[in-house]
Design a protein around this ligand. Structure first.
Ligand SMILES: [Zn+2]
Length: 246
């Protein structure tokens, strides 16, 4: 394959830009914030689940407390009614009076039991509410850390992407004038070897970093300047430079 030496030299620029593009693409994918965000996502979902469970418990206990309040109120109402009937002297039959007195005593005991239960529910509700408050604070903490990381990742991404855009634009300019078959060869080598074209400097291929032997160098030295050379070791396009040593 033939190509003007200036065009061959252009391939070195393309290779350099491709290396920069690969480096920036890797940087973009491996920002430390990405791993931190993944770890944080697990933590946040765990905390959100805990908060949801705590909320359910608070709701259940709130209902239970209302019911306990209502139960106490109901028995107290009954007690008041019985008490006022006794006080008003409506009932005169001693047996009935005795029965009602017994009922009042039993209502009193019942109120005591219900009030104990009510207190127990209130204590549980208080503890559950504290747990919910704590869970909510933890979720808020995760959310604020996530937002901070997201902002930092976005900021870094934007600057890397801006650099990537620039490198891609320069690459598009660098391939200007390179024939399609040569570019296709370069692209194929770039695809399979990471670097498609390398400079020959001090008898060393810049692609595989190997020192070329005297026999290979003699063949390369004889090739016309517009001949597209390949490294005998790694097969990459080998571009002669003023420092080739041949
Ligand atoms: Zn090589």
């Amino acid at each position: 394959m033939k190509a003007d030496p200036a065009i061959q030299a252009q391939l070195l620029d393309v290779a350099e830009l491709d290396a920069r593009i690969a480096q920036l693409t890797h940087q973009l994918k491996s920002l430390p914030e990405i791993a931190a965000l993944a770890a944080l996502a697990d933590e946040e979902s765990e905390r959100t689940n805990r908060m949801r469970d705590a909320k359910i418990r608070v709701d259940d206990l709130t209902k239970e407390q209302k019911k306990a309040d209502a139960d106490v109120e109901q028995v107290k109402t009954r007690r008041e009614r019985d008490r006022s009937r006794l006080e008003q002297g409506v009932i005169t039959d001693p047996k009935q009076i005795q029965a009602m007195t017994h009922e009042l005593e039993s209502l009193e005991r019942r109120i005591g039991v219900l009030e104990d239960e009510e207190l127990e529910v209130m204590e549980m509700l208080e503890a559950a509410q504290m747990e919910l408050d704590r869970a909510e604070a933890e979720v808020a903490d995760s959310v604020s850390r996530r937002e901070e990381l997201e902002a930092r990742r976005a900021e870094k991404s934007v600057s890397i992407e801006r650099e990537l855009d620039g490198a891609r634009r320069r690459r598009a300019e660098a391939v200007n004038g390179v024939d399609a078959p040569l570019l296709a060869l370069y692209d194929r080598l770039h695809e399979s070897r990471g670097i498609g074209a390398a400079a020959l400097r001090a008898r060393t291929c810049g692609g595989c970093q190997l020192n070329l032997n005297a026999g290979d160098l003699a063949v390369l030295a004889k090739a016309p300047a517009d001949e597209v050379l390949r490294c005998p070791e790694c097969d990459r396009i080998l571009v002669r430079t003023s420092e080739s040593g041949i």
